[in-house]
Design a protein around this ligand. Structure first.
Ligand code: GLU
Length: 508
């Protein structure tokens, strides 16, 4: 078998939706599993839909996810250029070849004439039923066609969908043979009046020229596949055709239709991999990265949207995915997107990764919130203590800011009913005793704390709650004596004293 070569072929028309990243991921996993190549080709032949910045954004997203192409506009390769607009001159010969062989024709109808037809005939399509009544090289005498061409009359080249065949079969790895009725397929434009190919011609020519072996793409492309299969048959032969797999749709949480950008906005979760700035409105649409997802969990949750390895396993490393992935195990049915489940994946990954691997991202979050980190090993210690409590990376700030800054606000409502003279006395004694301990470990602090409580005959539970609020500001956080040990002796004593003063004002 020839070397596996797969491609992701986005049109740079906007932000990269999670369905797009899943397509990348499945391509990538398949390529890596088979020691093949993963190619990124920019399909920008439709200049009217071009969005500035979209191409760069796609590369950034793939970089974040760690799904780097082997060949692309950025890193080159033997089959470039990898941007279709730069390959413009390559396509015409194929369109002309099709005309010569009787599989395509010149169409001279102006946009206005076609518009008039659309208004006149309900559901008008340029197809086998209407093409004989329109202005093209199938209906006009040969001389007229030659004159129009030499006179520079604008034209498009359209595929001639066969009227003598009833079905077109798309062999699909996931779906088996999918049949389309030729009567339902219109004569798609292959080459536009400006000389640019349409997506249909370019995708087939490029898959062939770039020696692509497998084409995996979203199910929404299945209706275009009959045209692609015919082009393969007419130009290169079906034995050379890529192996198709149309990936299941990602559905709205309730399963009612394809997940859209608007659903994310409506339901309050991201659908783009990274923040995307809408160039029309200037609005920033939040991405998974920025709201605090790890690339590991993003890849993992996308991998299991429509695929499983046949066991109950849900958490997969990239290495495991590469090893276990198979296109045959992708489901046909759409996969519902569940944001709560997505967060669960992130939580599991935060717990799973060593603090060292989370450090860079967590540090950025603290810095963005105005906290300066001067000691790396201290940060690592803090991450280790709180990571099991964090679902999103952004939670690290709420869960851990008190390790870096003395609280300024306290949970007064919880303190008020418990604060009294005996508590004041207890904490003043504790501050005093801690001052004289040499070894400041959680165990020693706890021992002292409990001994003093016993001597003073006060319930330890209440005291611990107060101690926690003194150190944290609230009732959250890991084991209180561990917090004390971590922030250190001086800071602990300082916080006790500050809090005692504040708590004293509550019942005044
Ligand atoms: N250019 C198409 C897109 O924007 C690619 C479809 C395909 O992979 O054939 O998604």
């Amino acid at each position: 078998m020839s070397k596996v070569r797969v491609r992701f072929a986005p049109s740079p028309t906007g932000g990269l939706h999670l369905g797009g990243v899943r397509t990348v991921l499945f391509n990538y996993l398949f390529a890596k599993k088979h020691k093949g190549d993963f190619i990124l080709r920019i399909e920008d032949t439709d200049q009217t839909r071009f969005v500035p910045g979209a191409e760069e954004y796609i590369f950034k997203c793939l970089e974040w996810c760690g799904l780097q192409p082997d060949e692309s506009v950025h890193n080159g390769g033997a089959y470039g250029p990898y941007r279709q607009s730069e390959r413009k001159e390559m396509y015409r010969q194929y369109a002309e070849q099709l005309i010569k062989d009787g599989y395509a024709y010149y169409a001279f109808d102006t946009p206005e004439e076609l518009e008039a037809k659309r208004n006149e005939i309900p559901n008008f399509q340029y197809n086998q039923f209407y093409r004989n009544k329109l202005k093209n090289s199938l209906t006009l005498p040969e001389d007229d066609v030659a004159k129009l061409l030499s006179g520079g009359t604008p034209y498009t080249i359209r595929i001639k969908i066969p009227s003598d065949e009833t079905t077109i079969v798309i062999p699909d790895i996931i779906r088996g043979d999918v049949s389309f009725d030729t009567q339902q397929v219109d004569d798609k434009v292959l080459l536009k009046a400006d000389g640019m190919p349409t997506y249909h011609l370019a995708v087939v020519v490029d898959d062939h020229l770039m020696k692509i072996t497998h084409a995996f793409r979203g199910e929404e492309w299945l209706p275009s596949a009959p045209v692609h299969v015919l082009l393969w048959k007419y130009l290169f032969g079906l034995d050379k055709m890529v192996k198709w797999a149309h990936l299941p749709l990602i559905l709205k949480p309730d399963g009612n239709g394809k997940l859209s950008k608007r659903d994310g906005e409506r339901l309050g979760f991201p659908v783009y991999a990274m923040d995307w700035k809408d160039s029309n409105t200037g609005d920033i649409i939040k991405g998974f990265k920025e709201i605090g997802f790890l690339p590991q969990s993003f890849n993992n949750l996308l991998a299991v949207l429509g695929w499983n390895d046949g066991t109950e396993q849900e958490i997969f490393t990239m290495e495991e995915l590469i090893e276990k992935f198979s296109i045959e195990r992708i489901h046909k049915a759409g996969a519902k997107f569940d944001f709560e489940k997505a967060k669960w994946f992130n939580h599991e990954w935060i717990k799973k990764l060593p603090a060292e691997d989370l450090k860079t991202e967590v540090e950025k979050i603290f810095i963005n919130n105005g906290i300066t980190i001067s000691d790396d090993s201290y940060l690592i210690k803090v991450i280790e203590l709180i990571k099991d409590r964090c679902t999103l990376l952004t939670d690290f700030y709420a869960q851990g800011s008190f390790f870096f800054a003395t609280p300024t606000i306290y949970d007064d409502a919880s303190v008020k009913p418990k604060w009294a003279a005996d508590k004041k006395d207890f904490f003043e004694t504790i501050a005093e005793q801690l001052q004289h301990t040499n070894e400041f470990t959680a165990t020693i602090i706890e021992t002292i704390f409990k001994e003093v409580a016993a001597v003073k005959n006060i319930k330890v539970g209440e005291l611990q709650m107060l101690f926690r609020i003194m150190l944290v500001g609230s009732k959250t956080g890991p084991a209180v004596f561990v917090i004390a040990e971590t922030i250190g002796k001086e800071e602990t004593i300082k916080r006790i004293k500050l809090a005692v003063n504040h708590f004293e004002t509550l019942n005044a």
